[in-house]
Unconditional design. Sequence first.
Length: 187
Amino acid sequence: MTKRIIIGMSGSTGPIYGIRLLEELSKLDVETHLIMSDWSEKTIKIETDYKVEDVKKLATHIHPPQNQAAIISSGSFQTDAMIIVPCSMKTLSAVAHGYADNLISRAADVILKERRRLIMVPRETPLNDIHLENMLKLSRMGVIMAPPMPAFYNNPETIEDMVDNTVSRLLDHLQIDHQLTKRWLEK
């Protein structure tokens, strides 16, 4: 059975994490439902060489962020998980406080109420007390907080190696088998 994953891309720095995740999920034949905030599209243009339309082509389904009536805004639509990558502190705060003012935060609210897996990849540093309190609140609800922190045990040689390491960990948390990077102590 094909996995069905919702991917929200909000407007913080680091859209390359969401793009690489979409690339890998498309190779692994995973059904993806993509929501991109307006600011995520702007950040893709600023930080990467990707065209927004090419990123959208990586997804199985695209949902406009204003469409609160999208199929993914209903708990009756079965999904395996949702990941918000990258996740702005605005989006994280909205989810933590049930402020479902767009489809990303509404879909996350549905995932929480249905007790499904929600992963957030917060992109901010340093973190202030509000950020930490919101992350702790969500973590206590079962949300996986996965800030993209580079690992060095695999001797990365490029930024792409570091991005792929983070994406491989996200795939692990989505419970999707992959061979993207070496694991600890693998030769």
